[in-house]
Ligand binder design. Structure first.
Ligand code: SF4
Ligand code: F3S
Ligand code: FES
Length: 253
């Protein structure tokens, strides 16, 4: 028998001075193959046109529909209702600026992050449009692609105790981005230059290894592995100059 679902949804419009943060109850009958994305659209169409939430691709690609579902950050379009209990609480992602109800501004945060970690290939080569495309080893291209699959949903940031406590912490997605450029042979940054970007308390040394990021990432990025290797690599980058040459180590990602 189809279940009757009860949703408690955070409502607040920061643009409206009369709006007060509160929870609103919605009831909806479950249908086959229902996702949270379908539920929210039905609620907005049938019950309350003012309900705010974001979506674009419906296929876990754009990262726009992230929210906190029963205390756990996740993508609404990727969340199957059959996996949830009958009572469901929806909150907006913390850390990011609230636009209204379940909608948050992840774009500004991610743009700021991209600037902080200088998220582009640093090279002294002058671009030559007539040059042959440089081939990259397939296995290496796949390793870069594995880290490049981040959809910038913000779930790992919302699930990280350090990011919740510290606005200046870069977060797993930013550290993963740096690892992606470290692997890329077209980026000519030295280890010392990378150290300036992430070898700080706001960067890799601020990460307390809580691993909420790894548990929550809807794209299953290997964040635990990336963070562990980055920490080791940056620790050696810090002390290599103080060590005799036979003790120096370059850690591979
Ligand atoms: Fe989302 Fe995963 Fe990227 Fe974090 S690393 S922003 S959880 S896709
Ligand atoms: Fe946060 Fe992940 Fe580190 S949850 S503390 S970034 S291991
Ligand atoms: Fe694009 Fe959910 S709508 S990730």
């Amino acid at each position: 028998m189809a279940r009757m679902l009860t949703f408690n949804i955070f409502r607040y419009n920061p643009q409206d001075p009369a709006s007060v943060p509160h929870m609103q109850e919605f009831r909806i009958d479950e249908t086959e193959s229902m996702t949270l994305f379908i539920v929210l659209n039905r609620m907005r169409e049938e019950q309350d046109h003012s309900l705010q939430f974001d979506f674009c691709c419906r296929a876990a690609i754009c990262g726009a529909c992230a929210m906190v579902v029963n205390g756990r950050p996740g993508l609404a379009c990727h969340t199957k209702i059959k996996d949830l209990p009958e009572k469901i609480t929806l909150m907006p992602l913390p850390v990011f600026k609230l636009v209204g109800d379940l909608s948050v501004d992840t774009g500004t945060w991610f743009r700021g992050m991209a600037k902080r970690v200088e998220s582009w290939c640093h090279t002294k080569k002058v671009f030559d449009p007539t040059a042959q495309e440089e081939r990259m080893d397939n296995a290496l291209a796949e390793r870069i692609y594995e880290l490049d699959r981040c959809v910038e949903c913000g779930c790992c940031v919302a699930a990280c105790g350090t990011a919740l406590m510290r606005e200046d912490f870069l977060g797993a997605t930013a550290l993963n981005r740096v690892a992606r450029f470290m692997l890329d042979p077209r980026d000519e940054r030295t280890e010392a230059e990378y150290f300036d970007v992430i070898g700080t308390d706001e960067g890799i040394f601020g990460c307390m290894g809580l691993l909420g990021c790894q548990d929550i990432c809807p794209k299953d990025l290997p964040l635990q592995d990336v963070l562990g290797k980055l920490r080791k690599k940056m620790a050696f980058a810090a002390v290599n100059n103080l060590l005799p040459s036979f003790l120096r180590r370059e850690i591979k990602l």
